[in-house]
Write a protein that binds this ligand. Structure first.
Ligand code: BV8
Length: 228
């Protein structure tokens, strides 16, 4: 059985990672959409770098929760039959042991040089403009997909949606595209669709079934039911 699982900020909420809709979606008084854009980076790079440096540093203070652990278990059993796609830029799926994780919006623990295009794993800060390990230019930006930028590995995701027997969405508000449109694509190609979310999302009506509750309870229960 081919399964595609899409996760959003809600799966990391119980680990202590704030969601985008938490804190009324503001960061230091900025609308998230205002700091997570290339325009914001051009206008005020230090503000944007500080936003991501703080979130990168906070990663060391949080741990995976039972929802991440259950998806790692599912990945161990299903192998290539499962594609785990996340909108999250944290590393909690990997730390829970998920064999493969597709970060469609990038990762906090990676940097990208805007001078030479070099990509590099990065755990420190970028606000102090460290030199690029590739070309030496002080031109590193967070390797995340900002609003108005094209998400990563869209071809691989769409291929998996077309082949999917089951599409499951966990902890996402369905407010941001193209991720919010995956349920309709998967359903159009015959997949059964299931939503696991604390509250109904903007896309709930597109799912065959929508279960409300905390991911830390819903996801282990669903994985146990699937693996029997
Ligand atoms: C693009 C990285 C072209 C940075 C992010 C169509 C219509 C309208 C607008 C658009 C459209 N197409 C494109 C747009 C523009 C835009 C967009 O969607 N804007 C929105 C605001 C209207 N999209 C883009 O710009 C995208 N690029 O379209 O390029 C293209 C497209 C296709 C193919 C080729 C080219 C790029 C978008 C990516 C932006 N970067 N993140 C960073 O993280 O800082 S988006 C970021 O916000 C996250 O990654 C995530 O995607 C989104 C937040 O959403 P969620 O993860 O769902 O989090 P949220 O807080 O909203 O909700 C949490 C949910 O969890 C809630 O439902 C809550 O109930 C639930 N919950 C809470 N606690 C729990 C829980 N559930 C279970 N258990 C709990 N304990």
């Amino acid at each position: 059985m081919k399964v595609v699982v899409l996760t959003g900020a809600g799966i990391s909420a119980e680990s202590g990672v704030p969601t985008f809709r938490d804190a009324d979606g503001l960061w230091e008084g900025h609308r998230v959409e205002d700091v997570a854009t290339p325009e914001a980076f051009d206008a005020a790079p230090s503000v944007v770098q500080a936003f991501y440096d703080a979130r990168r540093a906070a990663l060391t203070t949080v741990d995976p929760n039972p929802a991440h652990d259950a998806l790692a278990r599912l990945g161990e059993v299903l192998g290539d039959e499962l594609l785990l796609v996340t909108q999250n830029i944290d590393d909690l799926h990997e730390r829970a042991g998920s064999p493969t994780v597709l970060h469609m919006h990038g990762e906090l623990l990676a940097a990208w040089c805007t001078a030479c295009g070099h990509r590099v794993r990065w755990a420190g800060t970028l606000g102090d403009q460290p030199p690029c390990p590739g070309c030496g230019a002080p031109a590193l930006r967070p390797d995340v997909v900002w609003f108005g930028e094209v998400p990563y590995e869209m071809d691989r995701i769409v291929d998996a949606l077309v082949d999917a027997d089951l599409f499951v969405s966990v902890g996402t508000s369905g407010a941001v595209y193209p991720a919010a449109g995956f349920v309709q694509q998967a359903r159009a190609y015959g997949a059964r669709t299931l939503e696991l979310n604390l509250q109904p999302s903007e896309g709930s009506r597109w799912f065959h079934e929508s279960r409300q509750g905390p991911a830390g309870l819903l996801v282990p229960a669903w994985v146990d039911s699937l693996l029997g």
